[in-house]
Design a protein around this ligand. Structure first.
Ligand code: NAD
Length: 445
């Protein structure tokens, strides 16, 4: 195999969603043979044909190439992977409405399925984000139910970002491997040998530490986002330029420039769920995570304040007004709409009786409502709109010439929740423009 990786193990990836598919295609791109298992027959059929069920830059080509090289296969039947000795599990761990913690039913089912077919001494690597103590619990269960197989659980949390997932897979900033036994950890470490040779830091630790690293990392990033959002509210009132404030503090290497972009609040499938889980875990253990709890409260209320702001901009009543929402994905370069601020906004606007038209270059919403239409162009979404909301930071919204829709809108008003609209453009003086972090710029022409 190329790139310094030696195929020491037969690899299986269970759950090929945003994380599992990238892991599988990434490992296969290194020349490793990977078998992929997922319960979703539709997904597996698409993948067999080389069609990615998700949108990720470079995935289409990488998938087709690894299939053509015979390095990756797809099945719904775990028994087809019975010869594997390293099982990466990347099934979902969504929030439990009842407890606020991460649901473990998919993981429990996947581990049971693996244990039933896995050979002796196989290693089960948990890539899913799981509450602290989960891997230790799984290990105890395997030791009790399958003692003769000597199966081992290893925690190996994932840090990729949707939108740059493949790039992140090939350029990790660290790899965390947690396990009770040295031998299992070493076997997982070997599958990442190419990265270690390149000097990527490896953190070899116990499972609890590994699980905590993942939650602490996401909670810290969510806190950073929430912090700059509060500062942006202040700047909006007292004056100043929030982008320069962010740059001014981000250049301090103790702070760093990332996750300092004022916006509508964090969303997506990870930050909301992981902050909530961490807060729940803290309370359960009597160690309240007060910062994280405050961050969750501030972030939740932010969406309500944004709605109020739009309401007052269009004249208090949204009922019957047409609103254009540009962007549905929770961030640019992904089709993921889970817990997206834009999607919450669409729902809130519909509840207020607005007539909503949206446009997103790739994301689609499974919403069927008589006052909601998904359009195939920015212009179609803007037709008759009393407000144009920029909800996702797609590049094509940044560079869009809004002069092209001036004659189509009912009112020239943009609410830029992402601060991406070029406020130096020629058309800007003819529009009222409101941006998070800045006072309203009234049309002057
Ligand atoms: P996803 O919903 O996109 O994919 C999960 C997949 O698992 C689905 O295809 C589902 O059909 C499959 N599945 C469920 N139960 C199964 C079973 N018993 N056997 C086989 N397949 C099964 O989820 P995701 O976004 O890839 O996230 C997976 C995990 O990784 C979560 O714990 C998440 O918190 C974590 N994570 C996600 C990201 C991200 O950016 N999406 C980043 C880091 C960590």
């Amino acid at each position: 195999c190329g790139n310094g990786i030696v195929q020491a193990e037969t690899i299986c990836v269970v759950g090929v969603g945003y994380v599992g598919l990238i892991q599988a295609v990434g490992l296969a791109s290194f020349g490793l043979k990977v078998k992929c298992v997922d319960l979703d027959a539709c997904k597996i059929e698409m993948l067999k044909k080389g069609v990615p069920p998700i949108f990720e830059e470079g995935l289409d080509e990488a998938l087709k190439e690894t299939i053509a090289r015979g390095l990756i296969t797809f099945t719904t039947d775990i028994a087809a992977a019975a010869d594997a000795d390293l099982f990466f599990v990347a099934v979902g761990t969504p929030t439990s409405e009842r407890t606020g913690n991460a649901r473990l039913d998919y993981l429990d089912a996947a581990v049971s399925d693996i244990a039933a077919v896995a050979p002796q001494d196989a290693v089960i690597v948990v890539k899913s984000t799981v509450p602290i103590g989960t891997c230790a619990g799984l290990q105890a269960r395997l030791d009790r139910d399958h003692p003769a197989k000597r199966l081992q659980i290893v925690s190996n949390p994932e840090f990729l970002r949707e939108g740059t997932a493949l790039k992140d897979f090939f350029n990790p900033e660290r790899i965390v491997i947690g396990g009770a036994g040295e031998s299992a950890r070493e076997r997982v470490r070997r599958s990442y040998a190419a990265f270690e040779e390149r000097g990527v830091p490896m953190i070899l630790t116990d499972t609890s530490t590994s699980e905590t690293i993942k939650y602490a990392a996401n909670a810290f990033l969510a806190t950073k986002v929430t912090f700059i959002n509060e500062i942006s509210d202040l700047v909006e009132t007292v004056g100043g330029d929030i982008d320069q404030v962010a740059r001014g503090i981000g250049l301090d290497s103790r702070i760093g420039p990332q996750f300092l972009k004022a916006g509508p609040g964090y969303g997506g499938s990870c930050f909301p769920k992981d902050t909530l889980a961490l807060a729940t875990i803290g309370r359960r253990h009597g160690v309240q995570q007060q910062i994280v709890e405050t961050v969750i409260r501030i972030n939740d209320s932010r969406r309500f304040h944004i709605l109020k702001r739009i309401e007052s901009a269009v004249g208090d009543k949204l009922a019957g007004k047409r609103i254009a929402v540009l962007g549905l994905a929770f961030k640019a370069n992904t089709d993921d709409v889970r817990d997206s601020p834009a999607v919450d906004l669409v729902h809130a606007l519909l509840e207020e009786g607005a007539d909503v038209r949206s446009f997103d270059p790739v994301a689609r919403l499974a919403v069927d409502h008589r006052s909601y239409r998904q359009c195939d162009s920015i212009a179609a979404a803007c037709e008759g709109a009393s407000a144009v909301l920029v909800a996702t930071e797609w590049a094509e919204f940044k560079s869009f010439d809004f002069a092209a829709v001036e004659a189509l809108v009912a009112r020239r008003y943009i609410f830029d929740m992402r601060r991406i609209v070029d406020v130096t453009a020629d058309w800007v003086p003819r529009w009222d423009i409101e941006r998070i972090g800045s006072p309203l710029m009234r049309a002057s022409l």
